[in-house]
Design a protein around this ligand. Structure first.
Ligand code: CAA
Length: 380
């Protein structure tokens, strides 16, 4: 395996690093505290091409590979995981899904705006009774004349109130179980579409998470993605790529926390010397660095699999499982290295620790990743 980055990869990584430092770092603590969506910053990310990185240039995207995307995700996530989840959902769950499975009209009407960052997308699969058990969709989309009638509730939707376009998964033929599910593009503002209150979250507090209600929303037939009954496969295929994005987010949170801890250990003194000179601290940093490198290799392997046209269900699930555990472990240790300072907001590591937890939950919990991994390795 050759993980050597090209000049273009390095340029993209450096651009994301500079953007994160110059545009996301200022105010990140306050946005977290006030649960404030990084509106201006996301607008700039769109202008710089970070919201439609892998979309074909003919639809206004960057035409970049997945390696470029994960490099950028890591850098943005080191500083602001609330901004990186917007980036991840827009790139992997919304743009990729439309680019790969949408028809020409859908791409012209929706993808071009999403890829340019002029519009933001949301992906609506989870429901009050269908989180991990995603086939148990209770939201219905019943065919009537030239449209579908959508009814139901979606939960924990990232970009819930800031999105313009929503990909909504719903059951059309309950008797067919998952084979009767469809995916639809729904626009904000359509009659009967209500946005519920904002969730008060432990971490990624700048991201905008809501429940959504659909009461007899009329969705034109042309807004169904793919053939009748393709919705569950659409969701699974899209989430497989999404998991690589979240793995990169987790890697970034871990790397961000580690870098802060490493630098702190060089300046903080205890017992007459910088704390890096105490083996108790140096060994923690060694462990953190090693698990981050291992996570980075898994993330890169999954990204390369996707770029090389290989199946990435297994490598993506392994990357997410391991990188999210790394984010959790490393951020807890980063707080420990900082001691009392780690527990207060201005040192950033407590926020990264809170942000890390969601990477073990969304886009498939760690337990779901183990289902995907174990089924894959036991299949043959
Ligand atoms: N690609 C293509 N098809 C797939 C697939 C994949 N990766 N994974 C499953 N399928 C297909 C199966 O082949 C099967 O189809 P057939 O019957 O035609 O063969 C169908 O989907 C059903 O699959 P299973 O029988 O495996 O279904 P299951 O109920 O046993 O479990 C699961 C599937 C993997 C557990 C799935 O339910 C799952 O991934 N759950 C987690 C859901 C999730 O990740 N939610 C995240 C919400 S989105 C989010 O968090 C976004 C955000 O805002 C940040």
């Amino acid at each position: 395996m050759d993980f050597k980055l090209t000049e273009e990869h390095i340029m993209i990584r450096d651009a994301a690093r500079d953007f994160a430092k110059n545009e996301l770092l200022p105010g990140v603590i306050e946005r977290d505290e006030k649960q404030e969506f990084p509106k201006e910053q996301i607008k700039k990310m769109g202008e710089l091409g970070f919201l439609g990185m892998m979309v074909s240039p003919e639809y206004g995207g960057g035409g970049m590979d997945t390696v470029s995307y994960v490099l950028a995700m890591e850098e943005i996530s080191k500083i602001d995981a609330s901004a990186s989840v917007v980036m991840s959902v827009n790139n992997s769950l919304v743009c990729w899904g439309l680019d790969t499975f949408g028809n020409e009209e859908q791409k012209q009407k929706y993808l071009t705006k999403l890829a340019a960052g002029e519009s933001i997308g949301a992906f609506c699969l989870s429901e009050p009774e269908a989180g991990s058990d995603a086939t148990s969709q209770k939201t219905t989309a019943i065919e009537k004349d030239d449209h579908y009638v959508l009814n139901g509730t979606k939960n924990w939707i990232t970009n819930g109130s800031t999105a313009d376009f929503y990909i909504v998964i719903a059951q059309t033929h309950p008797e067919k179980k998952h084979k009767g599910i469809n995916a639809f593009i729904v626009e904000k503002g359509w009659d009967g579409f209500e946005i519920g209150p904002k969730e008060q979250k432990l971490g990624i507090r700048g991201s905008d998470t809501h429940s959504l209600n659909f009461n007899d929303v009329k969705v034109p037939k042309e807004n169904r993605i793919g053939e009748d009954g393709f919705g569950f496969k659409f969701a699974m295929k899209t989430l497989s790529g999404g998991r690589i994005g979240i793995a990169a987010q987790a890697l970034g949170i871990a790397a961000g926390a580690y870098e802060l801890a490493r630098e702190y250990s060089k300046v903080r003194k205890a017992f007459g010397t910088e704390i890096m000179n105490h083996q108790a601290i140096a060994f923690k940093l060694a462990d953190m660095h090693t698990s981050i490198e291992a996570a980075r290799h898994l993330v890169m392997k999954a990204a390369c699999d996707k770029d090389n046209g290989e199946n990435y269900d297994l490598s993506g699930a392994m990357a997410k499982l391991f990188a999210s555990k790394t984010a959790m472990d490393v951020s807890v240790e980063a707080v420990q290295v900082h001691g009392g300072n780690g527990y207060v907001k201005e040192y950033h590591v407590e926020r990264l620790m809170r942000d890390a937890k969601i990477t073990q939950i969304y886009e498939g919990t760690s337990e779901i990743q183990k289902i995907v991994i174990s089924r894959s390795i036991l299949r043959d």
